[in-house]
Design a protein around this ligand. Structure first.
Ligand code: UT7
Length: 337
């Protein structure tokens, strides 16, 4: 078999979420909101909040070490590291470089970040797959790690109730077994709608100043209603497109693992696809929207709960700031069975 035919599959997955829980009742004491409003409008009950020394590279290291431990793979055997994050530890260097040092990975490997907000994990998986399937890289870590609590305006009730912190890591590996792992993918973006979900200051176009800080321009801002509308349409379309590309019908998919943004978005996507919510496992209630970490967190939970099994078709789908979106169909593969 030529190296061009290699399959790339998720060998193991690991996660980490901070200990501290922020409950809806805590938020109701901070802004004009209620447990009932948050639960009904978003499906979220609680979220995790990282502490001062608990940055995306720290959470990512814990998640990646769990994945490596589960696969019994040494850090020295990792050939590529990609981190998906919209809340990097610092503007530069990349969170991937900071994580490389924390994990003790080799120095002769590429380590870089992918910036695609909530779609980051799906983007990074595809980048890794395309780099690996030619055979140059045998094992890759793809990590989604976010500390959204550091960019949320805690006085803005329209956003602060939605987001949380956490990390998830997938250890990818190549195999000569055909038709397993990451089968097909679609990615897309629409920069003309960038302002729907963005952070206006803190980059090189508008460096942090006393004025920008006073005006709160370094916080995440979102037009929730518009983002909601785009999210439902694009996530449903992305699922349909990737299924058509792979020649698979939605009935054949065992599990849909969408980005966890709002339970009503998940319900609307499931309804458009004519799929029951029992095939859309969700942990949104406990973690809120963790952006690039949300899919690996939900995927790991569905695997650990014994839902996802060897041979299952799993469709992951994401949507986020950019706007960006992506969907990947994969066949779950456990070579050691
Ligand atoms: O990760 C990908 C990006 N993010 C998303 O996908 C999120 C997409 N958007 C959403 O999930 C929803 O639009 C929200 C949860 C953000 C908002 O839900 P909604 O049903 O679209 O509510 P709304 O924005 O239309 O607001 C309804 C009302 C408004 O009051 P008025 O104008 O009707 O008097 C808001 O001011 O609810 C008010 N409101 C709140 N009330 C209590 C907004 N936020 C809150 C709040 N607590 N936290």
């Amino acid at each position: 078999m030529s190296s061009a035919e290699l399959s790339v599959f998720i060998r193991a997955i690991g996660v980490h979420t901070p200990e501290r829980k922020l409950m809806n009742a805590d938020l109701a004491a901070m802004v004009d909101t209620s447990d009932e409003w948050i639960k009904t409008r978003s499906g979220i009950s609680e979220r995790r909040i990282a502490g001062a020394g608990e940055n995306p590279s720290d959470m990512g290291a814990k998640a990646a070490n769990q994945a490596l431990g589960r696969a019994k793979v040494a850090a020295a055997d990792v050939d590529l590291l990609i981190v998906a994050t919209m809340t990097p530890d610092v503007p530069f260097p990349s969170t991937a470089c900071l994580l490389q040092a924390k994990l003790g990975l080799r120095r002769d490997i590429p380590c870089f970040d992918v910036s695609a907000a909530c779609s980051g994990f799906v983007y990074a998986l595809q980048v890794a797959k395309d780099m690996m399937r030619g055979g140059a890289y045998r094992r890759a870590l793809v990590v989604g790690a976010e500390k959204l609590s550091s960019v949320v305006d805690w006085s803005d009730r329209t956003t602060c109730v939605l987001f949380g912190d956490g990390a998830g890591a997938a250890l990818l590996e190549t195999t000569a077994t055909p038709d397993v792992g990451l089968l097909g993918n679609i990615l897309g973006a629409d920069g003309s709608n960038a302002e729907l979900l963005h952070c206006a200051a803190g980059g090189s176009a508008a460096p942090a100043t006393a004025e920008s800080l006073r005006e709160g321009r370094h916080f995440l801002r979102m037009n929730g209603k518009e983002v909601f509308r785009h999210a439902v349409r694009v996530m449903a379309e992305s699922c349909e497109r990737v299924l058509a590309k792979c020649g698979v019908r939605s009935e054949q998919v065992a599990w849909f693992i969408p980005h966890q943004a709002n339970i009503r978005i998940l319900e609307a996507v499931a309804s458009q696809l004519n799929v029951g919510m029992e095939r859309f496992p969700s942990n949104l209630g406990r973690y809120g929207n963790t952006s690039a970490a949300s899919i690996p967190l939900a995927l790991e939970e569905a695997w650990k709960d014994g839902k996802i099994r060897h041979g299952d078709l799993v469709l992951i789908v994401a949507f986020g700031a950019g706007l960006t979106w992506g969907a990947t169909l994969l066949r779950w593969h456990e070579p050691t069975r």
